[in-house]
Design a protein around this ligand. Structure first.
Ligand code: FES
Ligand code: FE2
Length: 343
């Protein structure tokens, strides 16, 4: 079961052009393309004639032609041509989805197509448009239910073990001051680790002379968006007050789009002030961050494979699960509310 009345990331804007792009979102096949003026279009990726994916077809102007028997559909999903046949019933159409380009993302509304709520277009990627900042965008298929990724991003103690070679040290799990807060449907987990040696990546790019005060602040927005600020400053120089010597930070925005109950399309974006002119340093920092993403994906795939063997096998919660459990309860409640609205 998925929350439907939301905008989900369907693609990075840079990856959408004049070639049909196939996606599966919330168990529905979706084809995306741009009209000649650049406007994004999202249609059901399933020809109503014999159900070939329209993404195997080709664009003709602002329309898309099915690869099989040549039916043509316009950007609203209406069939505008059936080869060899004059009459086209109005029911001959595919579903269309509202699509919007914003902050380097293509968002698609998966709820009632006649009532997209534009006020709820996510803003969690706005940091990508900060002038003069350096960014990098990654998207990956993941073999897990999307909520495993939510859990991961609300408990960053896992850096101590999963990411020990780069951004993690044992301190972020052992001695951190962690506060999980819920504000409506929004969860924020703040993790402060004070006066500890810098992790490898932090030392390499922050160039600290001694211990650091380090923060990881993870904000969750349903169904599966995150905005995470990570950073550090020299210990005891005012980091918690927004000050600090050698203050250095970066943002990671996440859009987690369910594909099926057991697969997900993960959109991950790094953004930071351009703190050096050294392109090699920046490339190396990004390489290390991408490596971190790969380490998480390994965990997600293995976790889901294990869950699939016996979905009822027991689990239990630890103290750091407070944030993840808040998010799960929010999603459960929103699912019930949607079910009530749409019997
Ligand atoms: S399946 Fe698309 S035209 Fe026949
Ligand atoms: Fe991680």
């Amino acid at each position: 079961m998925f929350l439907r009345n939301y905008w989900y990331v369907a693609a990075w804007a840079r990856d959408l052009g004049r070639e049909p792009l196939a996606r599966i979102m919330l168990n529905e096949p979706v084809v995306l393309f741009r009209k000649r003026d650049g406007t994004p279009v999202a249609l059901e990726d399933r020809c109503i004639h014999r159900r070939l994916p329209l993404s195997m077809g080709r664009l003709i102007g602002d329309d898309i032609q099915c690869h099989y028997h040549g039916l043509v559909f316009d950007g609203t999903g209406a069939c505008v041509k059936i080869p060899g046949q004059e009459r086209i019933a109005s029911a001959v159409r595919v579903k269309s989805y509202p699509a919007v380009e914003r902050n380097q993302c293509i968002f698609v509304w998966m709820g009632d197509p006649d009532a997209p709520d534009e006020s709820r277009i996510p803003t969690h990627f706005s940091v990508l448009d900060n002038e003069g900042w350096t960014t990098s965008l990654v998207d990956r298929p993941v073999k897990c239910h999307y909520q495993l990724i939510n859990d991961n991003l609300l408990d960053l103690s896992h850096l101590a073990t999963v990411h020990a070679s780069t951004v993690g040290t044992a301190h972020v799990a052992d001695v951190a001051d962690v506060v999980a807060e819920r504000d409506g449907d929004h969860v924020k987990v703040s993790r402060w680790t004070m006066d500890v040696p810098a992790a490898t990546t932090y030392q390499q790019f922050g160039q600290y002379d001694g211990n650091i005060d380090r923060w990881q602040v993870s904000e969750f927005f349903p169904p599966a968006y995150f905005r995470i600020n990570n950073g550090a400053a020299s210990a005891d120089t005012g980091a918690r007050d927004g000050q600090g010597d050698k203050r250095w930070d970066f943002w990671v925005s996440h859009g987690i789009t369910p594909v099926t109950e057991a697969t997900t399309h993960y959109y991950w974006a790094l953004a930071h002030n351009t703190w050096t002119d050294d392109a090699g340093d920046i490339a190396e920092f990004h390489r290390q961050c991408h490596h971190v993403v790969g380490e998480d994906l390994e965990v997600f795939d293995a976790q889901q494979a294990c869950i699939d063997l016996d979905p009822e096998a027991p689990t239990f919660n630890i103290r750091y699960d407070a944030g993840p459990m808040m998010a799960r309860r929010i999603i459960d409640r929103l699912l019930s509310e949607e079910a009530g609205q749409t019997p």
